[in-house]
Design a protein around this ligand. Sequence first.
Ligand code: DGI
Ligand code: FE
Ligand code: FE
Ligand code: FE
Length: 184
Amino acid sequence: MERSEYLERIKSRMPEKRFIHTIGVMETAIQLAEKYGADMKAAETAAILHDVAKYADEEWMKTIVKEHGLDPRLLDWGPEILHGPVGAWIAENEFQIDNEDILNAIRYHTTGRANMSTLEKIIYIADMIEPNRKFDGVEKLRAKAQEDLDKAMRACIRHSLAFLVETKQPIYPVSIECYNDYYK
Ligand code: DGI
Ligand code: FE
Ligand code: FE
Ligand code: FE
């Protein structure tokens, strides 16, 4: 499918602000893919679809988890954690994506995981540093992303978990597995 066709199909599923974020992730991911020798078209597709489930109904997402054998631990979590795995399900079933690396990049874009592929790291990082993101420390993460992909991933997962601890939020076990992979 052409980029324009994907973009047209996701635009109606999200507010304008999220669509603009998605374009930012797409441009950032393509640049990182070129820099680090990943498939640029795969990066484009994964980026366009990464937040496709962001505004899906929570109960519907839990039904998908139950009926299609997704990780049952997801049932104890909200849309912030559900939208990655359910987004991958939508990509596979509504957009006919059969590239497992693209599906995993969507599936793990929020939490990361242990042993991430280059494409998974690119989408995780691009989601965090795309040009519309504004938070303390984002410039440092952007600079690291141009230096070394693993150094950037390490800094990004540390930043995410530090934020969750600081704001007293529970941490999904897969996020911790990702953190441990970089700090063990
Ligand atoms: O969908 P986006 O806003 O573009 O970004 P995202 O999918 O990376 O993250 C969505 C939210 O999920 C963000 O507010 C951070 C949060 N999050 C990431 N990891 C965890 C988490 N929230 C909890 N409670 N636990 C986690 O492990
Ligand atoms: Fe997301
Ligand atoms: Fe993210
Ligand atoms: Fe996102």
